[in-house]
Every structure is written in C-alpha cells, then in structure tokens.
Design a protein around this ligand. Sequence first.
Ligand code: 5GP
Length: 237
Amino acid sequence: MSYPAHKPIVYIISAPSGSGKSTLVNELLKSVRDLDFSISYTTRAPRGNETDGKQYYFVSRSEFEKMIRDGEFLEHAEVFEKDYYGTARRFLREAEQKGHDLLLDIDVQGAAQIQRKCPDATSIFVLPPDRKTLEERLRKRGEDREEVIEHRLIAARREIQNYERYNYILVNDQLEDSIKALRAIVRGERLVRAGRPLSAEEAKTVALADRCRLVNMRDRLKSILDSFKPPGDSGKG
Ligand code: 5GP
C-alpha cells in the first residue's frame, strides 16, 4: 500500500565565499523543525575540524565519477574549476519519506540544475553588504593565502551576477537580523504553500520574508553590485 507522499520544499542557498552562509545555515537548522540538510559529496580535502559525513562526504575523484555514472546525483558541478561537489538524490527521497523539507547549500551552477529539475524550489542568495566587508571577512577568517583571497573576490564578482535567478536576496549585514530573515523565508514559504488563513503572527513572518524578495531588493542590490565593479567601470555597455 502506498501512502500519499509529502512533497518536500527544496530550499537552495548560495553565496559567494565569505558571506557568512555557513553560520546562517547552522543557526537556521537549529531553530526550524523538519528541515534536513543535504550533506554534499566533494572531492576536496577536509578543512580544519571538518569530519566525513558531517559537513561533507569526502570522496576520491574516481569514487565521485562512479557516482556520476551511476546516476546518483541530483546535480553536480566542478566548483572553482578544481573540485567536484554534488547533491545525492537519496537526500530528497529520505526527506520525502520523513515528511521533511530539504536545504541545499550549493553554488550557482548547482542551483541552476536544481531549478530546472525542481521548478518549485525556493532559492535564496546571500550577499555581503559590499565588497570591502567581504574582503575584510575573508582576511579575518585567516584560512586563505593572499592569492586565494584575490581569487575568491574575483569569483564573488562573477557569482553575484547570477542574483536574478534567485527568489530571495539576503544581505548579511547584521547576523541576528539575517538569521531572523532567513527563518522567515523558510517559514513563510511553508505558510504560503499550506494555503490556509494566517494568524497575525504568521502574516508578520510572511511580510518579513517578502521584504527579501528579489523585486523588493532592487535598490539595495544596486549599491552592492556597484561596490563590486572594477575601478573605472562606469557600468555602461
Ligand atoms: P566549500 O569548499 O567552501 O565548502 O564550498 C565551495 C562552494 O561549493 C560553495 O559555494 C558551496 O555552496 C558549494 N557546494 C557545496 N556543496 C555543493 C554541491 O553539492 N553542489 C554544488 N553545485 N555546489 C556545492
């Protein structure tokens, strides 16, 4: 006998490196129920105190390529032109069986693939308030050498150009505010999709989420994008 399946809401979160996305994701997972994190597979080496099966499943290139051939990935991409990263299909199946929703922390290439396969996915792009703040954060975390920082800033400028493909824009300026907004986006989507009348409190959550919708973020986005323009670029042409 088959039971009516819960259709998980898939939340995609992308950000240039150094935007504070991992902290936001960790805080979100602590405070929202029935939301699973999709642990990606990667061929990159573990950093710091990362452990296999927690932040990522760390696999060799040949293991990853076998998983591609076996059709185990919902999406995969080569990030920073160096390492493979991929989302396993099984996380979506498991979320469905448990009646949970699923959060994917993936790059812009992976997000585009998921959006084609799951057009109902909710996508969130996290941005730093400006380039200078991103640069300071990258230096402060002290993980990367100077040339890596430069490389990440160039990558950030490129990634940011994809903001139009996302439903929500979250400017990570004050951490507490960003966490509240992110929680509101996740809860707001659930509330709207449930399609029932909202309490006053719930309506406030949806209103907070709505403030982060792409259409409502145009002015803020313009100043962030301008800060990433190379010197001398007037923005014309
Ligand atoms: P990091 O190596 O710093 O943990 O992650 C580098 C980038 O890879 C981040 O932008 C992160 O979102 C992205 N990423 C992590 N897992 C996946 C995945 O499964 N698929 C794709 N496409 N990107 C991923």
